[in-house]
Every structure is written in C-alpha cells, then in structure tokens.
Design a protein around this ligand. Structure first.
Ligand SMILES: Nc1ncnc2c1ncn2[C@@H]1O[C@H](COP(=O)(O)OP(=O)(O)OP(=O)(O)O)[C@@H](O)[C@H]1O
Ligand SMILES: [Mg+2]
Length: 346
C-alpha cells in the first residue's frame, strides 16, 4: 500500500483482460487507462463489445472464472486513505467484499440478473445493509424503505415486501439504484443504467442518479453507448474502441473538438433533431474486428476514413496530449504534433 499521489479515487492503468476457452483467447481489454477524480463523474463510451462491462467487472473483481486480468493496475483510494491495487485482491477476500457493495457499488446492465427472483426487495437491500453497515434487521429494513423513497418508489413501506417481478422495469431499475446506494458507497459504477427503459423513464432515472450524485458527493463511472446521455451527465469522457481508450477529454473536447476519427464518427451517428427532413442517420462503416485476433497497427484502421499511410496498418498509436487533459491515440495527430510522447503524457 502506498499514499495517494493525486486526488483520484480510482486510477486504472494498462488494464488487460482475457477470456480463455477452447475456441481461443478473447482479448476483451487491451490496455485500458482512466482515472476518476474524487466527487467527479466520468463516462466510458463505445460500441457493443468494446470492453466496457469487462472493465467495470475487473474493478469489482467480478469477472467469471474464465476471465483473467493479465496486466495492469487498478489503484483505489480506500476509506482509510491508503491506496490499494485491487488487482492484488482475491475476489472473495474479506477486503474485496468490504469494498464491493460497501465502498464501490454497481448498477448492473441487466437488473433482473442482479435481483434474485425468490427474495423480496426488502430482504435483498437489507442483506447488503446488514453486511456492510452492521445494522440490525429492523434498522436495515427502515433504511431500505428510506432508500426506496429516495429513488421515488411510491408507497415504499408496502412495496418493500414485494418480489422483483411485481415491479415494472423502471421500478426495478430504481430499486437497483436504491440497493447500490444503500451502503453510502464512494464510487457508483452505472453500466447502461437506462438502456432498457422508455425515454420518459430514462430521463427520470438519469435525473435521479444526478441528484443523488450531487447530494452524496459520489464519484461516478457512467458506462453507455449513448453519447447523448454522456453529454448531460459527466465531467470527463473516455472513448473506447476494441478494449482500449482511444480518446479522452472534457465533454466539450469530445463534442466540439473531437480528434479521433472514431469519436467523430460516433458523434456523426447521433440522430439530429434539427437535421434536414429525409436526411439519413449515418452509421460507422464496417464492423468491429474480432477480439480473438487483434488487428495489427491501429485497431480502427480498417474502418477509418482518415487512414493516411502504412503506419496506421503496422504500428500502435500511443496517446498524445492535444489539449489540456485531452488525449488522443491517432497517428494523424502525432504526425501533426511531430512526435508521439505517449507514456509521460498520459
Ligand atoms: N464471459 C465471457 N466469456 C468470453 N468472452 C466474453 C465474456 N464476457 C465478455 N466477453 C467478451 O469480451 C468483450 C467485451 O465485452 P463487454 O461485455 O465488456 O462489452 P461491452 O462494451 O460492455 O458491450 P455492450 O455495450 O454490448 O454491453 C466482447 O468481445 C465479449 O464478447
Ligand atoms: Mg456491457
């Protein structure tokens, strides 16, 4: 354990995750880098399969047994002020269980998989509270009701004794937020928290998360493929492609001064409210390469409309700083800047 250097509550560096099976090795994360400043929110964006959930699971040591962290560090500043590399903790160790759910909690992509269908909402939220906060069963129940009220479940005193299937999709999502926040975590990881919801409920749930985040001074990692959601919700954005961050910057940098061709394509593919009638929504040409065999060179080169030379096919671009805390991994810019000073710039 060592003392923190910056005011980052979490810092992920060079994270590599692989899944091993008879069919081969899946390269799910290939050197992910990001940091979460205390009390701030970051967004992780990218197409399906780019490694967002795997990255979140790595932080919480929730990877299935076929998945392994093969490189990198996940430095977390624990409640006692010490910095712990979470990759050194065993998934079922006492230290990891204390952190998971207690200090870092997660809203999962699929609410039904995180609630057991055979226990009431009360039992499931109370169990976490009793484990992490050491409250009596009765106090834990009151806290569960309080949390359900906080997330806007009407008639919480009665509904707390219902089973998850008796809740609508939007209510289950709210109940999951209540469960994630019941133990006063310092970091909330929200993995596609609203994808399964209709637009109105989506807006309500996002507003709810934002309100709670401000009130409790939470740090948040918001994972989504929806750039529209990101724009409203976070301070800093990380764009992922094929298991790697290819660009990171403030919301303004990403939306108004995006440098990576992939980021620009993602922004182009957001449907426009004021686009010309009949104008087609653009999509990114080609498909994401297989994670079984990573392409040589820049992972995006085969789909990139700005590919300019052999270097894109043969060498891996490293991140360079193109603005204040704005980094991009693309030879277009290292060529412009004249050098690729990645390691010390990150
Ligand atoms: N249990 C697993 N076994 C094998 N491969 C896996 C497993 N879980 C994930 N993967 C692979 O790891 C890669 C990253 O998956 P991940 O679930 O992190 O994607 P994602 O960015 O969260 O996508 P989505 O937006 O669809 O949720 C994918 O290629 C996926 O097929
Ligand atoms: Mg996912």
């Amino acid at each position: 354990m060592n003392k923190p250097v910056e005011n980052n509550i979490l810092e992920v560096r060079d994270l590599e995750v692989k899944f091993f099976s008879d069919e081969g090795t899946v390269n799910a994360a290939n050197g992910v880098n990001f940091k979460v400043p205390a009390g701030k929110s970051i967004g992780i964006v990218g197409e399906s399969g780019c490694g967002k959930t795997v990255t979140a699971y790595s932080v919480l040591q929730l990877l299935p047994s076929t998945g392994k962290i093969t490189n990198g560090t996940i430095k977390y500043q624990a409640n006692d002020g010490n910095v712990i590399d979470l990759t050194n903790l065993k998934s079922e160790s006492r230290a990891m269980r204390r952190i998971r759910g207690g200090e870092i909690s997660m809203i999962f992509q699929e609410p039904m998989t995180s609630f057991s269908p055979v226990h009431t909402i009360c039992n499931q939220i109370s169990e976490a509270i009793m484990l992490h906060q050491h409250l009596s069963k009765q106090k834990a129940r009151l806290r569960a009701i309080e949390m359900l009220e906080l997330v806007g479940i009407p008639n919480a005193k009665r509904r707390v004794d219902e089973y998850p299937f008796q809740f609508s999709g939007g209510m289950r999502q709210r109940a999951m937020i209540a469960m994630a926040l019941a133990c006063n975590p310092k970091i909330l990881i929200a993995d596609e928290p609203t994808t399964a919801l209709d637009v109105t409920t989506q807006a309500q749930v996002l507003k709810l998360i934002q309100g709670i985040q401000d009130e409790l001074n939470l740090s948040m990692i918001l994972i989504t493929h929806d750039l529209g959601v990101i724009a409203q919700m976070v301070d800093h954005v990380y764009i992922m492609y094929l298991g790697k961050v290819v660009e990171s910057g403030s919301v303004y940098d990403i939306f108004d001064r995006a440098k990576h061709p992939y980021t620009r394509d993602l922004i182009q593919s957001i449907p426009k409210l004021h686009g010309a009638r009949g104008e087609r929504v653009t999509s990114i040409a080609g498909t994401v390469p297989s994670t079984y065999k990573l392409p040589k060179g820049c992972a995006f080169h085969a789909r990139c409309s700005d590919m300019f030379g052999n270097i894109c096919r043969t060498e891996t671009p490293l991140p360079i700083e193109v603005g204040s805390d704005h980094y991009v991994s693309c030879f277009l810019h290292s060529r412009e800047e004249g050098k690729n000073n990645a390691r010390d710039a990150r």
